[in-house]
Structure formats: C-alpha cells, structure tokens
Design a protein around this ligand. Sequence first.
Ligand code: SAH
Length: 507
Amino acid sequence: MDWFPIFLALGDAPALVVGGGAVALRKARQLLEAGCRVGVVAPRCDPEFQPLFSAGRVRWHAAGFEPEMVAGYRLVIAATDDPGLNRLVAASANRFGVLVNVVDDPALCGFIMPAVVDRSPLTIAIGTGGGAPILAREIKASLEALMPAALGRLAGFMGHWRAKVRSRISRPEARRRLWERVARGPVAEHLYAGREAEAHRLMAQMIEMASGAGADSPPTAGEVYIVGAGPGDPELLTMRALRLMQQADVVLHDRLVPPAILALVRREAARIDVGKRGGGAPGWPQQQIHQTMIRLAREGNRVLRLKGGDPLIFGRGGEEMEALARAGVAYQVVPGITAASGCAAYAGIPLTHRKYARSCVLVSGHDVEDPAYDWNRLGAPAQTIVFYMALGQIEAICRKLCDHGLAGTTPAALVASGTTHEQEIVRGTLATLADLAARRRPPSPALLIVGEVAGLSESLRWFHPDSAAAADLAAAAGNFEDRPDDRPAPGFGPAAMPSDLAAAQVE
Ligand code: SAH
C-alpha cells in the first residue's frame, strides 16, 4: 500500500490554498466544507471567490507566494498552473512540517484527497494513489447508488448505543451477533423508514434479550415489503426496491416480474411464484397470498411482495395492505414506475404534452361492458387515456370511444412488453388499431394509449431494442407498422383471443 488511509480530525484548523483559479476555488470550497479556516494566496483571484471573501469565510493574501507563508497552517494545497511554483510550495511545506497536496502531482504530495461517500458519521474514502481520480469517482457513484441515504442515521444510531451494548453484553461474540442483527434487520429498517423511536425501543429489547437467556432467538416478527418492480427494464427499479430485494428472506412475485429482475433478489431468498398454479391455472387466489404473507411475516421473515409496475396501480397492493393492517403485520410500500409511465417514455409518448392533453386517465380495460365506466368522460377532449389489461378488448374500447365523441382519426398506440428488449409498438388510430393488432398479435402484457399524444410516438421514439431494429428501418421507409413481417393472422381479436392470454391480462 503506497498511501496509508487515515481520517484526519481537522476541526477548524487553518488551511492554505495557493492559487486563484477554478481548481483553487474548488479546493477552498472543499476545505470550507470540512470546517477549516481557509486562506488563499494569489496575486489575482477568479471572481467567483468574491462571495467567499466578502462573507469573511476565506482570507485572501493578494500577493505572490513566499515560503514562510505556510508556517502555522495545518495543511496546504498547491493549485496553481505553474509547476515550478507548485514545487516551491511543496518544498516549503515539507520544511515547515505542514501537510501538503499538489493538485495533479502525486509525487509532490504528502497527502492526497480521496473521493468520498458521505453518510456521516459513516464515511467511505476511495483512493487510487492519485493515478486515476475518474475511476475513484466512478466507484463513488456506484456506492452512492447502492447505499441508502439514511445509512448515516444507522451509523449514528450504532454509535449512540455502543457503550451501552458493551456494558450490558460482556461476550464479544454475542455483541458481534447483536450488531449484525441491528445492521441487517428491522432496527435498520425502522431507521431507514424514519421510525427512530421504534428503532430505539426495539434496540433496548434486543439488548435485554441478548444479555439474558434468549440470546439467539430473533426478537420480533418480520415485515412485509410491498415493492413495485417497474414495467420490465431492471434499471427502472428504485434504489429502495433494490435494497429491500437484497435483504428479503422470501419473495412472493407475480408473473409480470421478469427473470432479469428476479435475479437481483438476494440469492438465498426462497421464491414463490404466486402468478402460477399447476396445470396452467391463473395465479394464486388473493386470499391465499394474504394468508401466506401474514404467516411468513409472523414466523419472523422479511417478506418481499414483488409486483410489476407500481403496487398500488391495478396491482391489488391496496387489498394486501388492508389484510396486513388487519393482521397487525408491519409493512412498507415502495412505489414503482407504472406501465403507463414506463411504456409511454420508452415509446416516445409524452402523456400530457401541453399542446395536446390537459389530463391523463388510467383505466382498467379488461371489462369494458361494466356499467361503471363513464364513456362520456373518457371521450372528453384534450385527454390521454391509458388502458391497462386491454389486449382482449381493443376493438370494443376503440368503438365505444368513437361512439362517445372521439374521432376515428384519434391516434392510438399499443405498447407490448414495454421497456424491455421485446418491446413492440402498434401505432394506428381508433379506426385502424384493432385490425392492425389482430394482424400483428403483439405479446402480453400490453398497454393501450389513446389520444393525440399517441401520434407523436413515430417521431419522438428513441428506444430501439434489437428485435425491433428491422421494424424501425421499415418505419423509416414509410411503413406505419413496427414490424414489416406480418405474422400469420390467426384472426386475433377480442373474440378469438386465446383464453390463457386473456387470463394473463387480468392479474
Ligand atoms: N401494477 C402494474 C399494472 C398491473 S395490471 C403497473 O403499475 O404497471 C397488468 C397490466 O399492466 C397489463 O395487462 C398491461 O396492460 C400493463 N403492463 C404491465 N407491464 C407492462 C409492460 N411492460 N408493457 C406493457 N404493458 C404493461
């Protein structure tokens, strides 16, 4: 190891920056953030220094650098573009025993500044020996994404309880086990979710148990995480979803959740596919899902209920919350990108483009004969309508909208397997879409978007998955459809829809 990493207690120590340009400014700001009293030596300074000078936060010596100037400082940073001057600063600092850093010249440095992931008091410093700062920044970015913003709260919490744990639990082994349970278990979860008081209460309980007889039994019941997995592209998961996926003991997932996302669930977690039953039957009955979640949580498991899109948009997450609340099982809900947002974005359809739409409604399209639908309202002008679960009803939906005020020329698009590499778009109008879909047989799941904005997809589309590359060429050549290779036309349409596909539409 060429560089020995340490964390320096700087307090409000005096620090000197030599140089007055943009780099010097950045360094001065870093030192200010660390709490230092900062001096700057330079005959001229970048105007952006001015606010720092006027606020009295930085002292400016408007002069050329002299070796004696470093005396009395805790550390000095040379940030000039004159190599000779930088060398002089380094030599002077060494002579006066002051820590020195020369920007971009590790050979002259007594210390280098790492890239920092700050979850104070938890701090991660990443260094590359001054050789590859960009790489350090890349690693920092990945860590930032992986580590919950509230991790600092957990670190502070652990610091707060440290002495107490040490005094109450004498065996180091038992202390280690306790801390592991704190870091991975419900205490951490309470903190991340902002439930400080509960975290403290649970911690006190855990210490009692660990210092007594029942040292090894898990202290509380588990919890259910109702998590939205987004529309398909794994990169559309939220950070919170990913974190909970990586700490679950068991996962109950729907058939909408693709393998690429399931692969991100903690490897050791047990997997239950509630979207499947033997013999090709549709998914588990909702009641059975509720009972299973409740039982698993009561056994002390962290239960991940992973759902396509957003759990509360046509996802039956609401019923699951009710069941858990009734059973007194703790749960949290993580929103996901719903199919309407995901598909619209990846199909180049701005749902509420202000020139064309004043509102956007999300509608379940699987039972359009239900008298609860207000077709007059759906047919209102300047509105985008997004139909979920509509694959088997396209003809009926388009007809009803035309019957209730929309022109047959109103653009409509069907987005199938949106956001994934299998994404397909069938573009047409209320008058033509049903026929086009019947010939093209887009796969499930598919979303129907109706309104002027659907017509923008052709020119605004930016996502071109491999399988559609040929289709894009055809589209560019004036073919309105995505896929030139008309597949066999089995008379697909509402009436001829295979029943298992119909089932797949209704979660
Ligand atoms: N909770 C989910 C919706 C579940 S209902 C969400 O918020 O997105 C199931 C319907 O969602 C499907 O019939 C289809 O209409 C739509 N859907 C989900 N994922 C989709 C995708 N990747 N592409 C197109 N439609 C999708």
